[in-house]
Design a protein around this ligand. Sequence first.
Ligand SMILES: Cc1cc2nc3c(=O)[nH]c(=O)nc-3n(C[C@H](O)[C@H](O)[C@H](O)COP(=O)(O)O)c2cc1C
Ligand code: SF4
Length: 388
Amino acid sequence: MPVTPFDPFTINALTLKNRFVMAAAATLYSADEQGIITNEEIARINRISAGGIGLFINGAVTTHLSAQTRPRSCMITTDAGVLQFKKLTDTVHKNGTKIACQLCNSGIWAAAFQKTLGKEAIGASLVSDGAYAARTDFPDNFHAATEDEIAGIIRGFTSGAARVKTAGFDAVEIHAAHDSLLSQFLSPLSNRRNDRWGGSVENRSRIHAEVIRAVREAVGPDYPILVKLGVQDSIAGGLTQKDGIAAAQTCAGAGADMLEVSVGLAGADVMKESVLLGPITKIEQEAFTRESCRAVRRATGFPTIMTGGIRSLDLIEDILAAGDTDLVGLCRPFIREPALINRWKSGDRKKAACISCNMCLIRPKGHELACVIEDGDGEENSGKIQTS
Ligand SMILES: Cc1cc2nc3c(=O)[nH]c(=O)nc-3n(C[C@H](O)[C@H](O)[C@H](O)COP(=O)(O)O)c2cc1C
Ligand code: SF4
C-alpha cells in the first residue's frame, strides 16, 4: 500500500496524525518588547493548528542576544518566555496537533539592529566582496566569530532547546537554512575561514554537529531534533548539492532525527530562487525542493520534510507514494487558508489558494501575519493586492 498524506508518522518518540507540516514562519510582531510571544500570535497559531495539520513548526526564535534582529524578536535567551510558550503549546495540543519550535541564530542579518545598540553582529567570516556581499541590504557591522563566541552560540542553542522542552513543545528544530548563521558557516560564499570551522565541508558543518550533539545532551535521547538544512545555494560559487548532502549526513550522524530540506540563500538578489520563488501557477513549478529532498533522503536514509512550493494534493500524493519524502511542509498556503487540510480531507481537492506572491512577507498589512490578497484572486492568480 502506498503511503498517503493522511497516514500517521513517528519521529523518535513523537507520533503525528498525518504527513502535513506547517513550515516555520517568523512574523515581525510575534513578541512583545521583552521578546515574549504575544496572545495575538498564539491566537493566530491556534487557527492554523486547528486546520488539520499534523505538526506546526513555530517560526524562528532567537537563541543569542547578538542575533536579535529587531526590537520585538521572539527570544528564548532567558526563562522569561517559557510560561507564555507553555500557553502556546497547551493551546495547540487541544487541537490534537503537535508543535515544534524552531531555534535560530541569524548571524550577520542581526547587524542592523545590533548597530542601534552600538554592537556588532557575528558571522562565520568577515565578507565584503563577491556575489554574497553584493546585495543592497548587505550589512557592514559584523565580525568573524571567535572560538569563545562559537562556544557561546552553541550554548545559546542548548539552553534554548532545554527551554523549548520545558515549555511543552513536542520537538525542536534547528534552523540551518536561508542564510541563517549555520547556513553562513556551511556556504563557501560566507565562510572563508581557514581554521577548523572553515575550508572543507566537514569543517564548514562542524558547528552543525556540535550544536546537534549539545542539544541532544540537553533534551535527552527520545526528544525529536529536526534540522532545517539548506542543501544548496542556487548561486554560482555557493553550496553545491553534493556538499549539502555531506552536511545532511553530518547532521544525521550527530544525532538529528529528521531533516527538513530547503534550498537557496535568503538575500534579496537570490530570493527569487529560494524562499520567495513565485508566483507558482503551474504544477511544474510546485515542490521546488523535490529533487534535493529525494537526494538527501536516499543518501542519508534519514526521514525528511520536503518544504517549498507545494500546493496540490495530487502532487503530494505522488511525492509520498514515490518515497521522495516522509512529510511535506507548506508555509504560505496556511497563511492564506488555515483550514486547508480539513478542506482537502472533506473531499474538496482544489489546490491551495495561495498564489505565492509573497506580499504577506514583503508588505504586511498590519501587525499580524496574514494574507493580503482578496478572496477569489487565488484561482485566477491575478495577484490583486488589497490597498487598505
Ligand atoms: C512570512 C514568512 C516567514 C518565514 N519565516 C521562516 C522562518 O522563521 N524560518 C524558516 O526556516 N523559514 C521561514 N520561512 C520560509 C518557509 O518556512 C518556507 O521554507 C518557504 O516559505 C517555502 O515554503 P512555501 O512555498 O510552502 O511557502 C518563512 C516564509 C514566509 C512566507
Ligand atoms: S499574501 Fe497571501 S497569496 Fe500572497 S504569498 Fe502570502 S498567503 Fe500567499
